[in-house]
Design a protein around this ligand. Structure first.
Ligand SMILES: NC(=O)c1ccc[n+]([C@@H]2O[C@H](COP(=O)([O-])OP(=O)(O)OC[C@H]3O[C@@H](n4cnc5c(N)ncnc54)[C@H](O)[C@@H]3O)[C@@H](O)[C@H]2O)c1
Length: 260
């Protein structure tokens, strides 16, 4: 359906489960090569073995914390060493830490900033240097959130980082645009992943009632949008945040809501 994916080399962080895993799998199905990063060794090894047997020679696993500079350097080396190039970068890993604003601790603040911002900033910086040197363009997709657009209870720190990623997207078109490298951002709405399932017993049912489409999002909804942004067809889409939320951010609260 979309072109320009086959034989391209992608780096995806936090790809052992959830949205990152769905993006990795969709890219592999479209014959791309993928450096998969994940922090959780136990989760990822069985999944990686499954992907590796289904798509031999198309994947490399690089364990580690995607917020650490050393791990980012290893991801870059893994792509270049194993596949000779970098075409797509998706800093997907993010930490969602709920907490009362008045009790939020500096160490938790640092944890969120390190992964959500430092991880994305330096992976993009280091990978795009290589893309520029290669002189054959590239695609970057950042992972924001609807909570970076609308206020959400007990998520101030996380939401700040997700809003910052939207600004990083806009800002970098100036630097990367002249090199045929596009940078865009996805803001997923409530999406049913292993983590969100554990957050609330009826996560899907609750969000189905709040989302105009009447359904919670799936990792594949996000992966399909990402595939488009990585494709040749999206060459002129640059600096944008695409909200994938079934319509949740399109509406506000109404007087009628108070009557229930
Ligand atoms: N699921 C949602 O509803 C939702 C909504 C909006 C935005 N997002 C964003 O989308 C991205 C993916 O969300 P998700 O729900 O699939 O994520 P998740 O929390 O389920 O994590 C996905 C994977 O990342 C791994 N991971 C965690 N910390 C890591 C680190 N420091 N380094 C490397 N890997 C790490 C986890 O072990 C997990 O396997 C995140 O940036 C998240 O903020 C998700």
């Amino acid at each position: 359906m979309f072109t320009g994916i086959k034989n391209k080399v992608a780096i995806i962080t936090g790809a052992g489960t959830g949205i990152g895993y769905a993006i990795a799998k969709l890219l592999l199905e479209n014959e791309a090569k993928v450096v998969i990063n994940e922090i959780d060794k136990t989760v990822v090894e069985s999944l990686y073995n499954e992907l590796n047997s289904q798509f031999p020679d198309q994947t490399v696993l690089q364990l580690g914390d995607a917020g650490e500079i050393e791990v980012i350097d290893q991801l870059i080396s893994a792509a270049v060493h194993n596949f000779g190039t970098i075409d797509f970068v998706i800093p997907n890993a993010g930490i969602t830490l709920f907490g009362d604003f008045f009790k939020f601790k500096p160490e938790d603040f640092q944890k969120v900033i390190q992964l959500n911002l430092q991880g994305a900033f330096f992976l993009v910086q280091k990978a795009s240097k290589i893309m520029i040197a290669q002189n054959k363009g590239g695609r970057i997709v950042l992972m924001s959130s609807i909570t970076g657009i609308k206020g959400y209870p007990d998520l101030t720190c996380y939401s700040m980082t997700k809003a910052a990623l939207r600004m990083m997207t806009k800002s970098l078109v100036l630097v990367l645009g002249p090199h045929e490298i596009t940078i865009n951002c996805i803001a997923p709405g409530a999406t049913l992943t292993e983590r969100t399932k554990n957050e609330e017993p009826d996560y899907a049912g609750t969000w189905a009632k709040l989302i105009p489409r009447g359904k919670v999002g799936t990792p594949d909804d996000i992966a399909q949008t990402c595939l488009f942004l990585l494709s040749k067809e999206a060459a002129h889409v640059n600096g944008q945040t695409i909200v994938v939320d079934g319509g949740w951010t399109a509406i506000g609260r109404y007087p009628n809501d108070l009557q229930e």
